[in-house]
Ligand binder design. Structure first.
Ligand code: HEC
Ligand code: HEC
Ligand code: HEC
Ligand code: HEC
Ligand code: HEC
Length: 213
């Protein structure tokens, strides 16, 4: 079924480096490529402020697009500027030690250095807006963000992963106004086809140049 099982993604680079480095290199390469840090699922770096999606997006119910304003219009979703936090935190939890870096950033204009978590290599093209316009929800690719006290990568973002969905996208489609609903349950292709709110005539690229432009 699968033309590209997930593990083959790394194969060419693996072989090239292993040959160049010999024995000890091979061990290094296997450790490096197969350790969670490189496959990236579960990657959860320390952030400058202990911001919780569970509290803000889950308990308080703030919509994803309040902070990730770029997500429907552009390739990137964008992490919010300090202003977005100060809309509330100039009033709420004004004395909180956890929020000291936010107040500092607000006073001197220096941006908060959030550590980037999700990243596809530059040679692969990805665009948020195309996926959201087709009705693919955030949770298909980022998991239950509303339950994450600390943000982590939920999916591998590998080529095999992209293609798994591109070959069989229908279960991932939903009405466009539901893309940020976190507890949406995926449906069968038949159910999706019979839902008049969904455009089931999508055609995600499976050819190489669709993603490697
Ligand atoms: C109140 C603002 C706010 C809201 C609402 C919010 N986020 Fe975030 N989001 C952030 C901040 C700040 C970061 C960077 C810190 C972090 O990673 O925890 C972030 C990071 C992320 C990242 C990781 C970015 C990276 O570096 O790869 C994803 C994915 C994400 N948010 C998805 C969502 C989703 C999905 C929702 C809605 C369920 C949501 N966010 C709601 C502020 C917000
Ligand atoms: C819509 C309002 C709103 C926005 C926007 C908002 N927050 Fe909050 N935040 C809250 C509320 C409400 C609490 C919980 C206060 C409480 O526990 O009583 C909170 C709590 C926090 C806490 C825990 C503070 C403590 O001492 O317990 C942190 C850290 C935090 N927010 C960071 C952020 C960051 C960073 C941003 C911007 C990306 C942000 N918040 C945006 C409303 C908001
Ligand atoms: C089809 C899968 C998919 C969907 C749907 C999706 N994302 Fe992403 N997201 C990704 C990938 C892949 C990356 C890494 C992109 C890159 O490196 O350019 C990413 C990166 C991010 C980032 C960090 C980098 C950036 O673009 O600013 C944030 C924040 C984010 N997503 C939020 C969201 C939110 C919020 C939603 C829903 C409104 C969403 N994503 C829907 C796959 C997805
Ligand atoms: C959960 C399903 C899903 C996942 C995962 C997914 N896609 Fe897609 N992709 C789609 C759908 C649906 C479309 C829309 C096709 C249409 O509108 O006809 C699409 C369209 C695209 C397009 C064409 C639109 C454009 O922006 O030019 C590209 C390129 C693309 N995806 C790249 C990727 C890459 C790269 C990844 C992995 C990092 C990925 N996708 C992961 C479902 C997915
Ligand atoms: C749906 C999008 C998509 C399509 C279609 C696609 N690729 Fe990829 N490809 C990716 C992504 C994303 C990566 C990066 C994977 C990672 O970071 O692990 C990648 C990585 C690669 C790599 C590097 C592997 C490595 O060692 O990491 C090669 C080579 C490659 N693709 C070739 C191809 C060829 C040949 C085709 C056509 C048969 C193709 N790709 C079709 C998304 C795609």
């Amino acid at each position: 079924m699968q033309i590209f099982p997930r593990w083959t993604n790394k194969l060419p680079a693996l072989i090239a480096i292993a040959v160049a480095l010999g024995g000890p290199g091979l061990i290094f390469v296997i450790w490096y490529y197969f350790s969670p840090r490189h496959t990236d699922v579960g990657y959860q770096p320390k952030q400058p402020v202990p911001y919780s999606h569970k509290l803000h997006a889950g308990d308080l119910g703030i919509d994803c697009r309040y902070c990730h304003v770029g997500v429907e219009k552009s390739a990137i979703a964008m992490v919010p500027p300090t202003q977005a936090c100060m809309n509330c935190h100039s009033q709420v939890k004004k004395e909180s030690a956890a929020l000291a870096p936010i107040r500092q950033s607000w006073e001197d204009g220096s941006p908060i250095e959030w550590v980037r978590i999700h990243k596809v290599p530059d040679y692969a093209f990805f665009d948020h807006s195309a996926h959201l316009a087709a009705g693919v929800g955030c949770s298909s690719c980022h998991g239950r963000v509303d339950q994450m006290v600390k943000m982590r990568q939920d999916q591998p973002l590998s080529m095999g992963w992209c293609l798994d969905c591109h070959r069989n996208p229908l279960p991932h489609l939903r009405p466009k106004d539901k893309v940020t609903q976190m507890d949406w349950v995926l449906r069968s292709p038949e159910e999706v086809r019979n839902d008049p709110r969904v455009n089931a005539n999508v055609n995600p690229p499976q050819n190489c140049t669709g993603c490697h432009r």
